[in-house]
Design a protein around this ligand. Structure first.
Ligand SMILES: Cc1cc2nc3c(=O)[nH]c(=O)nc-3n(C[C@H](O)[C@H](O)[C@H](O)COP(=O)(O)OP(=O)(O)OC[C@H]3O[C@@H](n4cnc5c(N)ncnc54)[C@H](O)[C@@H]3O)c2cc1C
Length: 326
């Protein structure tokens, strides 16, 4: 059975790895992060927990609805009735990871051979297919390669490897764009004033676009923590600031109706250079015209967001499985 190497253990990579592993393929998946999940990210802040990447998801396709139901039964995913806060903009049920969004990735990684803390630094075509070298010096070869990094990072890896993509394929990757997002995590000495059910979009002119109470959300039951997402324009404007912490007073003040600054006992700010893919390739993945299978996927392909990343991973797995059995 041919081997597949997957770069990126976010939702797209893990979905592809899980599906191929289930079908008996040999799959190796690597991520530069300390844990799995990528933008399905949950952090500890002091004794509490906060989701600082994706906040919730919906499941409209039968495939993702089935996985969501499976995860609900396993206690990994719960409903978050965030539509109560804004029925006009939430038209589908929303789900969250019961212990935070990263628990979804941990669940999917259970039966998958994944290694974290390994950054791919070079890719090479070899007679077998592909060889990837990691930042610890190890090189691993496989028949097929799936790349689920955000498109600008995939392009940078290709450039650093001295590899050329077909110009039309390179143009497709170049056209994929992501919004940045600055995320603030706060631990509070007392519960926030975010109204039930704990998630709120703020007006477009505010430096903060989203406020989430992780205690009400259920992922930090004993310790009040809040996540703030800076607006797209604010995040873009301050993306390359060297001292992000200097932005904290302004961002906390913008959410003053929901969080009193006197109650803040710990705070962090995180830079997401790539948050939501706003310009995407219409198909769920791109198959490069290389001698050995090479697929690019992730939320920059297809419908975007959490569900789009899942569907991209699933479609990549199907393509590899179909190719392998052809
Ligand atoms: C702040 C924020 C808020 C969001 N809110 C929502 C939301 O509420 N709802 C929603 O549906 N979506 C939301 N999203 C988007 C959602 O998180 C993503 O669409 C989805 O998680 C993307 O999954 P992915 O697998 O495509 O990519 P990723 O999760 O980014 O996975 C790619 C992985 O590649 C790894 N990687 C990168 N370079 C290398 C390398 N050289 N070597 C090895 N590994 C590498 C990264 O560490 C990462 O784990 C949000 C995202 C952010 C950041």
């Amino acid at each position: 059975m041919p081997t597949t190497l997957i770069l990126g253990a976010g939702l797209a990579g893990l979905t592809a790895a899980r599906e191929l592993t289930r079908q008996g393929h040999t799959v190796l998946i690597f991520d530069k992060g300390r844990g799995v999940g990528g933008r399905l990210a949950t952090r500890r802040i002091a004794d509490g927990r906060a989701d600082h990447g994706a906040q919730y998801f919906s499941a409209r396709s039968p495939e993702f609805a089935a996985l969501t139901q499976e995860m609900q039964h396993a206690g990994v995913v719960s409903n978050w009735h965030v539509e109560q806060s804004d029925p006009a903009s939430f038209q589908h049920p929303r789900f969250v990871g019961t212990d935070g969004m990263s628990s979804i990735a941990k669940y999917l990684a259970t039966d998958v051979h994944v290694q974290t803390g390994k950054r791919a630094v070079a890719v090479k075509q070899v007679p077998q297919g592909w060889a990837v070298t990691f930042d610890d010096g190890q090189t691993i070869a496989a028949d097929s390669l799936l790349v689920t990094l955000p498109a600008p990072q995939a392009l940078a890896l290709w450039q650093e490897s001295g590899l050329e993509l077909d110009p039309s394929e390179k143009a497709i990757l170049n056209a994929i764009h992501y919004q940045p997002c600055l995320a603030v995590l706060l631990q509070l000495s007392q519960p926030s004033n975010v109204p039930t059910p704990g998630g709120l979009k703020l007006p477009a002119d505010s430096p903060v676009s989203w406020v989430a109470d992780n205690q009400q959300k259920g992922i930090s039951p004993a310790v009040p923590t809040v996540t703030l997402h800076a607006s797209h324009s604010y995040s873009q404007q301050h993306l390359d600031d060297t001292d992000l912490k200097a932005l904290l007073p302004e961002l906390v003040a913008a959410a003053a109706a929901y969080v009193s600054s006197e109650t803040v006992i710990d705070q962090q700010i995180h830079r997401w250079r790539y948050s939501n893919a706003t310009e995407r390739y219409s198909e769920p993945f791109l198959a490069a015209s290389t001698p050995a299978p090479l697929l690019f996927g992730g939320d920059g392909f297809g419908q975007g967001n959490v569900e789009g990343a899942f569907l991209s991973g699933l479609a990549m797995a199907k393509a590899i499985a179909d190719g392998a059995s052809a």
